[in-house]
Design a protein around this ligand. Sequence first.
Ligand SMILES: O=C(O)/C=C/C(=O)CC(=O)CC(=O)O
Ligand SMILES: [Ca+2]
Ligand SMILES: [Mg+2]
Length: 411
Amino acid sequence: MNTLTWVDGVPDDSPFGVHNLPYGVFTTAERPERRRIGVRIGEYVLDVAAVARALGAPSTLLEAPTLNPLMAGGRPVWLSARAAITSWLTEPAHRALVEPHLAPLAGVTLHLPFEPADYVDFYASEHHASNIGGMFRPGSPPLTPNWKHLPIGYHGRSGTLVVSGTPVTRPVGQSKAPDASAPGFGPCRRLDFEAEVGFVVGAPSPLGVPVPLSAFGEHVFGVCLVDDWSARDLQAWEYVPLGPFLGKSFATSLSPWIVPLDALQHARVRPPVRDVEPLPYLDDRDAEPWGLDLELEVRLNGQVLTRPPFASMYWTAAQQLAHMTSNGASLRTGDLFASGTVSGPERESVGSMIEYTWNGQDPVKLADGAGRAFLEDGDEVSISATAPGPGGIRLGLGEVTGRILPAVATP
Ligand SMILES: O=C(O)/C=C/C(=O)CC(=O)CC(=O)O
Ligand SMILES: [Ca+2]
Ligand SMILES: [Mg+2]
């Protein structure tokens, strides 16, 4: 059935129908230098600035080569843009004017949709933190004493955020095996992925003014998927005591579509019951919950490896935002914070390879009979996700994918 939009080939239950309308930035083969904002509908991308122009209402926010000006506009602007685009795609009266500005997705190139400002990565899955903690710190309790009192995070490298499809060169660096007498330098031998959900800040906040839990929806523009590529051997040697550094800064991949937070209202769920009472600025027990029932899927070389459940995350994105501004740190348009690896309780629901193979001891069995303890050159990892939408339909978050290239030779 196709009753919601006049666009051909977009059934009412399409993951990219009118209830989703994610934003991206694209170029065409004819104009490879001209980046424009696109909204995805089915297997098409709508050039929204061109439509606004055709309607005689050109918009400086939509004319931009990144989403940043639109994101900076704040929620009233996001809602009116979304309402206008919805009417363009649903009202038959608009069809003649809008249809020429739809381009088949297959013919466009998608780019990083926003200019990143700061990048923070959290550590919010209790299953992941327990699994990793046990592997990195054997003999100590897997969760550190602070874990259930605050959402732990670290500042990542925003300059190496890349769009899905960008090849990932195997990093080189310093590492030391536990039984080695001295560190060495060379290509990473324990390369991993991490399946995460990213939250993109639109509206900034002033220095010195914390953002409370209740203001989450006023600041966060939308959601994407993140692959936090991780060099486990580099990480294990370098991270004490300041946390991840070069083991995670060589590349972090983002899906090209930013799903508006307003499209995810049906995905909101209560987070798991917490067994430690949070401090007041993190206490969401009486608030509208910001858990999100997203279902992720991780594929390795096309084969489904795991299905991580985002609803199982201990800390919500609203708590993460409240925590990262609780000291008065300001927000900038383009700030990205990632959830941390999304891992459920079972082997089939973890969000990283080090968990799936239990530190490489129990390799993945690939369809061609080969085994994988960690990623090899040529391997491709894809992470996709869906979310509940209205009327039982599922919205698509798209996909983030990357293929591993061999390390660049080192002296
Ligand atoms: O426990 C540690 O020392 C480190 C854990 C991580 O790998 C950090 C990270 O990226 C957090 C996450 O994705 O959940
Ligand atoms: Ca991570
Ligand atoms: Mg990274």
